[in-house]
Write a protein that binds this ligand. Structure first.
Ligand SMILES: Cc1cc2nc3c(=O)[nH]c(=O)nc-3n(C[C@H](O)[C@H](O)[C@H](O)COP(=O)(O)OP(=O)(O)OC[C@H]3O[C@@H](n4cnc5c(N)ncnc54)[C@H](O)[C@@H]3O)c2cc1C
Length: 319
């Protein structure tokens, strides 16, 4: 029996994937129907589509807005415009609901029992537990009908202190700030008209090395599948769920499945270790040529998020 604790994007996907393959699996999440967890809803449609095909869903059915161009700005006034490589927003909550439909799940905190307990509880790591080397920032987000830009917009704060975003949602916008410096929350979000305001911490530390404890295995943000430089967590969390599914499907022995999972996760998310080092260098003032080795990983990461990022446009900001 597999228990999935947490039915956010990663847990919902894994529940449906395992159920469709005949596994004995049950999901748990105490959040009531319609409960709104903060998230910008931005994904790369080209990355989402093949994953959703695995659970017989079509990514285009969940589209809210597709980017034409994306502007990345800085606090010092720099503005750089890039073409889209598939960046869009999706109806994430409806997608999660559709994935858990026709599965066995209960609206309560998961009991810590089962041959395998999958910790998909996001930033809380409820079952895997806290780790001393963790790193999170605080993120606050508004749903609003008013935005400074019509298309997707990011404004990065200096010294790796996070960024401000505006993401179109069809007839609304998500605007938000993820930061380690609370001054930016007021600077960008105070007194802005809004229909809803939410906030939570976001994990920026890759924790793939501590993804397993006994019969507990973590997926999604619980194990740090969030880009340290963009905060992108939806596709990486889905990918981690797919990796665990593959490992459970191929290995009847739990220990072997977990070993295979750890190995695949370290390989798939090795880029995040580099990007975390880059973030920490910026935060501790270590800028300059030493960071050049991380730039290919940064470019690859931003492109896979759906932005046709060109380093030549912004190289001076990096150095
Ligand atoms: C403000 C904000 C904006 C973001 N914007 C984007 C974006 O635009 N694009 C992007 O790709 N990523 C974004 N992210 C990151 C992304 O939302 C997350 O990384 C991703 O959704 C994590 O998915 P998950 O399934 O791992 O966890 P979550 O979605 O956090 O789900 C965890 C679930 O576990 C449940 N839970 C907790 N404890 C228990 C328990 N004991 N038993 C049972 N259930 C439990 C919770 O109720 C919750 O439903 C954003 C994050 C924040 C905070």
């Amino acid at each position: 029996m597999i228990t999935i604790a947490g039915l956010g994007i990663s847990g919902s996907y894994l529940l449906k994937r395992l159920k469709n393959s005949g596994f004995d699996v049950r999901g748990y999440d105490p959040k009531p129907p319609g409960y709104y967890l903060p998230c910008g809803y931005a994904v790369n449609i080209h990355e989402l589509a093949p994953l959703l095909e695995e659970v017989n869903l079509s990514a285009r059915d969940y589209l809210l807005s597709e980017a034409e161009s994306i502007t990345i700005g800085t606090e010092s006034g720099g503005e750089y415009v890039f073409q889209s490589r598939g960046l869009c927003t999706i109806e994430k909550n409806r997608l999660e609901n559709d994935m858990v439909a026709e599965t066995r799940f209960t609206r309560e905190i998961a009991p810590a029992k089962g041959d395998i307990i999958v910790d998909a509880t996001g930033v809380s790591r409820y079952y895997l537990g806290k780790t001393p080397e963790d790193f999170t920032m605080y993120a606050r987000e508004l749903v609003t009908t008013e935005s400074g830009h019509d298309d997707f917009y990011f404004r990065y704060f200096p010294d790796g202190k996070g960024y401000y975003w505006e993401f179109p949602l069809g007839d609304r916008y998500h605007i938000g700030v993820g930061t380690s410096d609370f001054e930016y929350l007021d600077k960008y979000l105070a007194n802005r008209p809004r229909e809803r305001i939410t906030g939570r911490k976001i994990r920026l530390k890759p924790l793939m090395g501590s993804a397993v404890r006994g019969n507990i295995v973590g997926i999604g943000e619980a194990v740090g599948t969030v880009s340290p430089i963009t905060g992108e967590g939806i596709i990486p969390s889905l990918k981690s769920a797919e990796i665990l599914y593959q490992c459970l499907n191929r290995n009847e022995d739990r220990e072997e499945a977990f070993r295979a999972y750890m190995k695949a996760m370290e390989k798939t998310f090795s880029r995040y270790m580099k990007l975390y080092s880059l973030l920490m260098n910026f935060r501790s003032g270590r800028k300059g040529l030493g960071n050049v080795r991380y730039l290919p990983a940064a470019v690859e990461d931003i492109r896979s998020f759906g932005i046709d990022f060109r380093m030549t446009k912004v190289i001076s900001e990096f150095l």
